[in-house]
Design a protein around this ligand. Structure first.
Ligand SMILES: *Cc1c(COP(=O)(O)O)cnc(C)c1O
Length: 396
């Protein structure tokens, strides 16, 4: 059996997205800035895509800026909000310890430029507490940036509540919604969102394409100097085929969201129930407030990397709780943020299922994980110490 269970890393392009991409690459290759017919056709289609994407989020078309993906959108959002704040003498930013690195590293850069950053500590359930966020807001706070749904543990944040608090205090609110758009409902007006990042390859569109929503009146800083594309906010000839494909993918996933979400949540809960039977393991992140496709477990006494390699040999593509940074395996900052200690975080597994996942596939995954965890524990010195009582179990 071949099972792709790493949809938080990237998704397979849908047929509609792929067909759209090929069609535009083949037939509408004009430069949208050109004045002749095929250029103007490209320009017209670009604006149609902007309209379609805006409609899904309840935004205005002019509030959508196309980017090269989620990372660029995050960078542009944070830089823009910081610049706006600086002009008003406000240089304090609030975020969380479990954001994506595109946000965390942008914050590091801003700190070097004199901004002060408060990272709200995360709680075990992986959900931000709005009252703690409100308490952290100061006179000089210019921006709050909190992701809509976490890419590792899948927890869904109280975005509407955070948005209302920020609006009440006159603070800009950015959300990295890369894992949310196309998967859970987002309404930028109802949720009082000022800036939002999204990426096509996380909802069955192509890689290298994304967008930034910026509410009318929020001035954007230009990351790329050059031509007047995207109202002068993002120079460079538009990736028309990618953008059209992204719009097609978003329309499709959004239209099927409710139905898919129900189906996926059922398989997700089945997986969680099955994997919970493994002794000394724990689900990471809240069981209910999580993305329909996300399952994340820590297993005591094993290495997540070994688990991944053996799962791969059984045809299952998944992800672990470690990231290779500068040649060393570091436990995930998200798992550390929710209080998992290093050893436990290292023994973690993220499964992010797709819309077509079945119970039969879930059964195969559960059987495979059970077998591999038992196998890895059979020669793990840590596990031996635990079973011999030389160490205390951390997970029940
Ligand atoms: C994937 C991801 C990004 C980065 O998006 P790219 O399009 O790959 O640059 C940012 N934030 C989150 C939460 C993500 O999951």
């Amino acid at each position: 059996m071949k099972i792709y269970a790493d949809n938080a890393a990237t998704t397979e392009m849908s047929k509609a997205a792929l067909d759209t991409m090929v069609y535009y690459l083949t037939n509408v290759y004009g430069n949208p800035s050109s004045l002749y017919t095929i250029g103007q056709k490209a320009k017209e289609e670009l604006e149609n895509a902007r309209y379609d994407i805006a409609s899904v989020l309840n935004a205005e078309p002019r509030e959508i800026i196309f980017t090269s993906g989620g990372s660029e959108a995050d960078n542009q959002a944070l830089l823009s909000a910081a610049e706006i704040g600086k002009k008003k003498g406000k240089t304090h930013i609030i975020s969380t310890t479990f954001e994506h690195h595109a946000v965390l590293h942008s914050l590091k850069r801003l700190e070097k430029q004199g901004f002060e950053v408060t990272l709200l500590p995360m709680h075990e359930n992986g959900i931000v507490r709005p009252e703690e966020l409100e308490a952290a807001i100061r006179e000089d706070t210019c921006l709050v940036t909190v992701m809509a749904a976490n890419n590792e543990i899948g927890t869904i944040q109280p975005i509407a509540e955070i948005g209302r608090i920020c609006r009440d205090h006159g603070v800009l609110f950015h959300t990295d919604a890369v894992q949310a758009v196309g998967h859970i409902p987002i309404d930028v007006k109802a949720m009082n969102i000022d800036l939002l990042s999204a990426s096509a390859h996380k909802f069955h569109g192509p890689k290298g394409t994304g967008f930034l929503y910026a509410r009318k009146g929020v001035a954007l800083t230009n990351l790329i100097e050059g031509g007047a594309q995207e109202r002068g906010k993002r120079a460079g000839t538009e990736n028309l085929a990618g953008i059209m494909s992204m719009a097609a993918a978003l329309k499709e996933t959004s239209a099927a969201m409710e139905k898919n979400s129900e189906k996926m949540s059922a398989v997700r809960d089945y997986l969680i129930k099955g994997l919970s039977e493994i002794p000394h393991c724990a689900l990471n992140g809240d069981a209910k407030m999580r993305l329909p496709g996300n399952v994340n477990f820590s297993f005591e006494g094993i290495e997540g990397e070994s688990l991944l390699i053996l799962l791969d040999q059984k045809g299952i593509s998944a992800s672990s709780g470690s990231a290779c940074t500068s040649g060393a395996l570091d436990p995930s900052h998200v798992l550390l943020a929710i209080g998992r200690i290093h050893d436990v975080a290292h023994g973690s597994l993220r499964l992010t299922i797709g819309e077509n996942a079945t119970v039969e596939e879930a059964d195969y995954i559960i059987e495979s994980v059970k077998e591999i965890v038992a196998h890895l524990r059979s020669f793990s010195p840590v596990w031996r110490d635990l079973t011999e009582g030389k160490r205390e179990y951390i997970l029940p």
